[in-house]
Ligand binder design. Structure first.
Ligand code: HEC
Ligand code: HEC
Length: 461
């Protein structure tokens, strides 16, 4: 038997169980330890980050985001079991997709996938390039109901969303997880949305060169001591209005670099599938556009039409045309001297200034987002979880004086109570089936040796 993360029963009064890591190095398989949740709720956010779209009724909790993480990486959320959210939102690419169009269960998407970085830290509460989702919660079940993406659309021969809900509800793993998180196994659209939104909101990136510089600067407009001259020039151009600068900050607002909620479209009006699309007025945060080496995580804009940051800058340097819905701030000042009739702003940036802007955008790339375990797949290579360790309590029964272990399980589902005397060898465990109320109770025989106990759910292979 594999060594497991454990619960340690202390020998003092007011007995409690506390989690202790044994030796993760020897633990194989994917273990989801609900007694030792990774930290999602209490992540450090630097001072000065004040924008936050978390609704009052869905704050991030460690348990909720953990459930969200499992759902995010689970391919069972797609019609044919082949696609998860993470197929198109890949951690190593700042939760975006290097492909111009992403592959779903029935073809490729009509827009480029969006990076999910600091989605929480914006005043814009609407999501998608065209802002059609009224909240992040509402957004999270849209891909599941999309015919191309995950295939529970209810049309085009697809099952509808209720089929997905009953599929998830039938999976014993989710009965265990929903019970642990929500107190009962019911799967509902709202519960799925809340958990997924908590996970997405938890994905944050504030450990970039820019954050480092900002933390020691007297004000955001001062030169940052950790920046090169080129990066500082790029920062100034990004911030200053068109003329002296490039006017980017008016729409992509530092220090979050979230989109101005009142932005129109930016003149990128082609549709991936051909034709025109004037509806795209949102961009994800401009953080983590490129990796540590400056390589883009994927092409930019809703149609993925710009494959480098230089192409992006060239677009703003000469907005091709004034089209309905173009943000007036990109039309250029009237009478726009030097601008051909019908064309938008001309920034007249030099090549050195363009390169400075590219260099500055590179400073917005963080580190932990790409590797932190809490945002990684909880599943093993076979796409399975091997164990779920449950929170439990231990109390001395006043009548018998015996130690009683309890945990919240799913009615009539069998768990293993495993024990160890010295945290080394674990026994095979004894099977304990939750009663009709879902209680897992085990009374230790009098005089049994104190040791380490852990209630574990082991999903069927
Ligand atoms: C087949 C690829 C694909 C899958 C699967 C997918 N997405 Fe997306 N995601 C996209 C694309 C493409 C967009 C942009 C679509 C648009 O704006 O029309 C997007 C946009 C988003 C956004 C909006 C971000 C923003 O800043 O506005 C969020 C949030 C998101 N996806 C979360 C999820 C979640 C959660 C799942 C799983 C339930 C998921 N996605 C599954 C491709 C995918
Ligand atoms: C008037 C508002 C506005 C201004 C000013 C503006 N942008 Fe944008 N930006 C947008 C919108 C809206 C989008 C999303 C457009 C789309 O994909 O169709 C966007 C998209 C982007 C993207 C692509 C993001 C991604 O995830 O693919 C980058 C990069 C970008 N802008 C950089 C800049 C830079 C650099 C400047 C200054 C030279 C700038 N923007 C000025 C509104 C603006």
């Amino acid at each position: 038997m594999k060594v497991l993360t454990t619960l340690f029963v202390t020998g003092v009064l007011g007995l409690s169980l506390s989690a202790q890591e044994v030796d993760p190095g020897t633990a194989s398989g994917a273990i989801l330890d609900l007694t030792k949740l990774l930290s999602y709720a209490d992540q450090r956010v630097p001072g000065g980050i004040n924008r936050d779209n978390t609704p009052l009724n869905n704050p991030i909790t460690d348990a909720g985001a953990t459930l969200g993480r499992v759902l995010f990486y689970d391919r069972s959320l797609s019609r044919n079991g082949s696609i998860s959210c993470a197929s198109c939102h890949q951690q190593e690419h700042a939760f975006g997709d290097p492909a111009r169009a992403s592959t779903g269960v029935a073809g490729t998407t009509g827009r480029h996938s969006m990076r999910l970085v600091n989605a929480r830290f914006s005043t814009e509460r609407r999501f998608f390039w065209d802002e059609r989702a009224p909240s992040l919660e509402a957004q999270t079940t849209e891909p599941i109901q999309d015919h191309i993406e995950m295939g529970f659309s209810g049309g085009d021969g697809d099952p509808d969303f209720s089929a997905l809900v009953s599929r998830i509800a039938k999976l014993e793993l989710y009965q265990v997880l929903f019970t642990a998180v929500y107190g009962s196994p019911e799967v509902t659209e709202v519960r799925l949305q809340r958990a997924l939104a908590q996970f997405v909101r938890s994905i944050q990136s504030f450990d970039s060169k820019y954050d480092e510089g900002l933390s020691s600067a007297p004000n955001p407009n001062a030169n940052f001591v950790n920046f090169t001259a080129q990066e500082n020039l790029g920062k100034r151009l990004f911030t200053d209005p068109p003329g002296p600068g490039a006017g980017c900050a008016i729409c992509h607002r530092p220090p979050t670099f979230d989109i101005d909620p009142n932005s129109g479209h930016n003149g990128v009006i082609a549709s991936l599938g051909g034709g025109t699309d004037l509806t795209n007025t949102r961009a994800p945060s401009l953080r983590d556009l490129v990796d540590r080496n400056g390589v883009p995580h994927g092409p930019f804009m809703h149609d993925g039409s710009k494959s480098t940051l230089l192409e992006v800058i060239n677009h703003y340097n000469a907005i091709p045309g004034i089209t309905p819905g173009l943000d007036p701030r990109l039309a250029g000042p009237p009478p726009r001297p030097g601008t051909p009739p019908g064309a938008g702003q001309r920034l007249n940036l030099s090549e050195a200034e363009k390169e400075a802007l590219v260099a500055f955008l590179g400073t917005l790339t963080g580190k932990s987002i790409y590797t932190d375990e809490k945002w990684s797949s909880p599943f093993d290579a076979k796409n399975q979880l091997s164990f779920v360790v449950l929170p439990a309590t231990a109390k001395v029964d006043a009548g018998s004086g015996r130690l009683v272990l309890r945990a919240r399980g799913v009615p009539r589902v069998t768990y293993l109570l495993r024990s160890s005397t010295e945290l080394g060898g674990w026994n095979e465990g004894i099977e304990i089936t939750a009663n009709a109320d879902g209680e897992l109770i085990h009374e230790l025989a009098e005089g049994s040796r104190r040791g380490f106990f852990s209630f574990v759910y082991r999903p069927a292979e």
